[in-house]
Design a protein around this ligand. Structure first.
Ligand code: E4P
Length: 214
């Protein structure tokens, strides 16, 4: 499973990239708005830092506006993926952009029917938001399981990108289901390597070794 960072913070992305297991980045307007400086310049810096796709979202809600912004975004760097909202207008824009060879990540997906439609429109990635579904007492990971089954039934090539991840168990469940990608905040990314027994065990190995040298 590929691991993406869901952040627009360059320092976090640089640190994640140094770990050697970072496969890409997802941003959204909220994440970009939290960072100082020009968002377009920030996106370019992120694209230089990551070896892998970087999703950047349009703001327009009509097809013409989405296509205009998508063409501007795709010129920023070769690894930009245009993120579009999963609406009727977004679906039309997705079909057009993918026919031009521009990679598209369909975002704000909350149901298997939305996922079916974006795959038919040729989306490169589909982003079900598991945390936000859990927030309203729906089972976010169940929606991911349904999407994976549907895509397998018909051989769709759209990659399932599990988004709105809140904790490491979302990552475990996504991997058990065979999701293609999980995108997560830097905090969750760092939690994946941590285990208290590793820390305690390491401390003991070192102290035993030092004691034997004296
Ligand atoms: C996905 O690409 C989104 O940026 C993101 O996962 C949203 O997560 P949130 O629900 O924590 O805002």
């Amino acid at each position: 499973m590929k691991l993406f960072l869901d952040t627009a913070n360059l320092a976090e992305i640089q640190e994640g990239a140094k770990m050697g297991i970072l496969d890409g980045v997802t941003t959204n307007p909220t994440l970009l708005s939290r960072e100082p400086g020009d968002p377009m310049e920030n996106l370019k810096a992120i694209c230089r830092t990551v070896e892998g796709p970087v999703s950047a979202e349009v703001i327009a809600t009509d097809v013409e506006g989405m296509l205009k912004e998508a063409h501007q975004l795709s010129k920023l760097a070769e690894n930009i993926v245009v993120k579009l909202p999963t609406t009727t207008e977004g679906l039309k824009a997705c079909k057009q952009l993918t026919s031009e060879g521009i990679k598209v990540n369909m975002t704000l997906v909350f149901s298997p029917t939305q996922a079916l439609l974006v795959a038919k429109a040729g989306a490169t990635f589909v982003s079900p938001f598991v945390g936000r579904l859990d927030d309203v007492s729906s089972d976010g990971m169940n929606v991911v399981a349904q999407i994976i089954d549907i895509y397998n039934n018909y051989g769709f090539e759209t990659e399932v990108l599990v988004a709105s991840v809140r904790h490491p168990m979302h990552v475990v469940d996504a991997a058990l289901m065979g999701a293609d990608i999980c995108t997560m905040p830097f905090k969750v990314f760092k939690q994946l390597i941590k285990h208290p027994l590793t820390d305690v065990g390491l401390e003991k190995f070192i102290s035993d070794w030092k004691a034997a040298q004296q």
